[in-house]
Design a binder for this molecule. Structure first.
Ligand SMILES: [Zn+2]
Ligand SMILES: [Zn+2]
Length: 304
């Protein structure tokens, strides 16, 4: 089965919203499954507009507990509840995430009609699933801040249906066996899966690293990413500000993309002081040509 992976940038700004950019939130869709990275104010509206579905298997991953990354969380939970979510939702974040959700819920009832599981994670840990892992590393931002790498495990090789037919394997359960790497018997012959199955294909890797200075742990985490989403808060002219506030310039983000061997860079968490952020894109492209400057609600399909 070919599962598609896409990234929708729900909000691409940082700190405060402006007319053009909402606060940070990125939606990864992998087949029927959803991953929401950060939840800035107003995310629920963008999420609904993206028509991602309200009752899917879903995780929300929080990078750090600065307001622009979490103030949308109560609204998101409230809206999902109102709209009829019944399935469990998992929230993953740094230490303090449990306190945040439970204390809001204590004061303002969130109408949670679905179970919520909250998991606090540390750099070096992984969230494991059958077909992918999400690795956690430290970002460098002044307060505890996590960067995440979503990594699919290798996908099975392509199945050559025509050849399977030629070899006399009838469509049905035997095809499934071959696709899972097993040998099957047809009459008096054994057919080994290698005959009809190509080599395993690389899975998709997406790294999400905001708010952060360029740093070695993010470069290591992002190694070989198909898409790196990186803090690009400022232009070169505000490099001092970037350093002071624990952010990166677009050029620095491009440096991380280059050094990590990533294939594409999305400039993200753009400061509200830029109405037109095109100069940031130009600066990034000087260092790393495969840079893009997504606007809110734009989607990128990611392939390995
Ligand atoms: Zn921020
Ligand atoms: Zn921050």
């Amino acid at each position: 089965m070919n599962i598609s992976v896409s990234v929708t940038f729900l909000g691409t700004g940082g700190s405060v919203p402006n007319k053009f950019r909402n606060l940070p939130s990125v939606l990864i869709r992998r087949g029927p499954e959803l991953f929401l990275f950060d939840c800035g104010e107003g995310t629920q509206r963008q999420f609904l507009q993206a028509r991602a579905g309200i009752n899917r298997k879903m995780r929300i991953l929080i990078s750090h507990l600065h307001g622009d990354h979490v103030f949308g969380l109560p609204g998101m939970l409230h809206s999902l509840s109102f709209m009829g979510r019944s399935r469990e939702l998992e929230i993953i974040g740094p230490k303090g995430t449990i306190g945040l959700v439970t204390s809001v819920n204590r004061v303002v009832k969130l109408y949670n009609r679905f179970p919520i599981r909250i998991r606090e994670v540390k750099p070096g840990q992984s969230i494991k699933d059958a077909e992918y892992n999400i690795r956690v590393a430290a970002a460098q931002h002044g307060i505890a801040c996590l960067a995440y790498a979503f990594e699919e495990k290798p996908r099975p090789g392509r199945f050559d249906a025509a050849k399977a037919r030629r070899l006399g394997v009838p469509e049905g359960p035997l095809w499934k066996e071959l696709q899972s790497g097993k040998s099957v018997r047809v009459g008096r012959r054994w057919i080994v899966s290698k005959l009809v199955l190509g080599p395993p294909r690389q899975g998709v890797k997406i790294t999400y690293a905001v708010d952060t200075r360029p740093c070695a742990s993010v470069i290591r985490l992002a190694s070989g990413s198909d898409l790196l989403i990186h803090d690009s808060c400022f232009a070169e002219s505000a490099a001092r500000k970037a350093k002071e506030y624990g952010h990166s310039t677009a050029g620095e983000a491009a440096g991380v993309a280059k050094r990590s061997g990533s294939r594409m860079l999305a400039l993200f968490h753009i400061s509200a002081m830029y109405e037109d952020a095109l100069p940031l894109l130009a600066e990034a492209r000087k260092v790393f040509h495969q840079s893009i400057l997504p606007r809110d609600m734009e989607t990128v399909s990611v392939v390995a």
